[in-house]
Design a protein around this ligand. Structure first.
Ligand code: MG
Ligand code: ZN
Length: 364
């Protein structure tokens, strides 16, 4: 009998917690937003976290889930530039567009908007920081390939913290200019050797980590815990701002594994991205004022967790990942949201509505 009462009480407490979480997800306004983008991470890529690791994936911590459709203005299938620009500006644009609309007009990004409201901001990627996805949050360029131009905009942008690769776009440029100097003059402490946590974060200082000539190494080449640790460090630093913060974190190479039709590459990169999500959720859970959104720009590889065939016979005993393309696919993309405002991300909608829904949640 005692046991029954105990179970009943426990169930009631759980119900109450879940209920108050639901209320917060619907009614409360977040102070901070962390947007995590797994480039090329369709439902199949995300599913690998459930088949190729023992730990329960961070994805299981989300209660509010939606789907987005991601067509750009000039095609059926999006690239990462148009995909990220839709999230960052609320405008659907053409493939290759970086923070500009379909007429190449620069549009204010959520990161710029956050800064204008006094918030601290950051971008983290495992590509170069000038690559399409991170660039679409702080830069404006008519073409993603203009990484030199994109690099030249970082020091003048409102970014306070960045981490990723791309030294060659700041120094050793064709035009001979050195934008590492410009970053220093703009108040950045730029580290090009290691992801080192300072003894104390100085809120009068900005921090940049450029740790590879172009993209960061693959996980299998020893990137280690760069992505989750950079995420933790950014949160420590940015959360000192009394006005809140906006942080974009990209698992860039899930896409690269997809282009290479390399399942192991994808599996490793999804695992790593899952750890970055964990860092964001652990903070958000403690903080109670942080909206965490996880999504992808598009799926890459037309990946499937197919049944393995043994001697031409299909068997359901094992998975053998297969691919239908070396490029992107048009499949709808999951959106996972946690925290105040998370309920806004349920349903099926267009990719640029992620921008609108972030603003709605923030009541900006
Ligand atoms: Mg990308
Ligand atoms: Zn791609």
């Amino acid at each position: 009998m005692k046991k029954v009462f105990f179970l009943l009480a426990a169930a009631l407490v759980l119900h109450a917690c879940n209920n108050s979480y639901q209320q917060m997800a619907i009614r409360k306004k977040p102070k901070n937003v962390i947007l995590l983008i797994g480039d090329g991470m369709g439902l199949t890529q995300m599913s690998t976290a459930y088949y190729y690791q023992d730990e329960t994936p961070s994805f299981s911590r989300f209660l509010h889930i939606g789907l987005h459709q991601n067509q750009p203005t000039d095609a059926q299938i999006t690239d990462s530039a148009a995909g990220a620009t839709a999230f960052s500006t609320g405008y659907k644009s053409y493939n290759s567009a970086i923070g500009v609309d379909r007429d190449t007009i620069p549009r204010e990004t959520i990161l710029e908007l956050a800064a204008r409201r006094g918030q601290a901001t950051g971008v983290i990627a495992t590509s170069s920081v000038t690559h399409a996805t991170p660039a679409s949050f702080f830069a404006h360029a008519e073409d993603r390939d203009l990484e030199d131009k994109i690099a030249s905009q970082l020091h003048a942008s409102p970014v306070d913290f960045f981490a990723g690769g791309g030294i060659e776009f700041f120094a050793y440029r064709e035009d001979g200019l050195n934008y590492l100097d410009s970053l220093a003059s703009a108040g950045f402490l730029v580290d090009t050797t290691e992801l080192k946590r300072p003894a104390a974060w100085n809120s009068n200082q900005k921090y940049g980590y450029l740790l590879a000539a172009d993209g960061m190494p693959k996980m299998s080449e020893g990137r280690g815990d760069f992505l989750p640790r950079a995420t933790e460090m950014a949160i420590e630093y940015l959360s000192q701002d009394k006005d809140g913060f906006f942080l974009m974190v990209e698992g860039s190479q899930i896409d690269w594994g997809g282009h290479a039709n390399d399942a192991d590459w994808i599996i490793d990169e999804v695992k790593d991205f899952d750890q970055a999500i964990k860092a964001a959720l652990d903070f958000a859970e403690k903080d109670g004022n942080t909206l965490v959104i996880v999504t992808a720009d598009h799926e890459t590889g037309g990946m499937s967790l197919s049944a393995a065939e043994v001697r031409m016979q299909r068997t359901y005993k094992h998975i053998n990942p297969t691919f239908s393309t070396g490029g992107h696919s048009a499949t709808l993309i999951p959106v996972y949201a946690y925290g105040p405002g998370a309920a806004k991300f349920m349903g099926i909608y267009q990719n640029n509505e992620i921008f609108d829904r972030m603003l709605e949640a923030l009541r900006w």
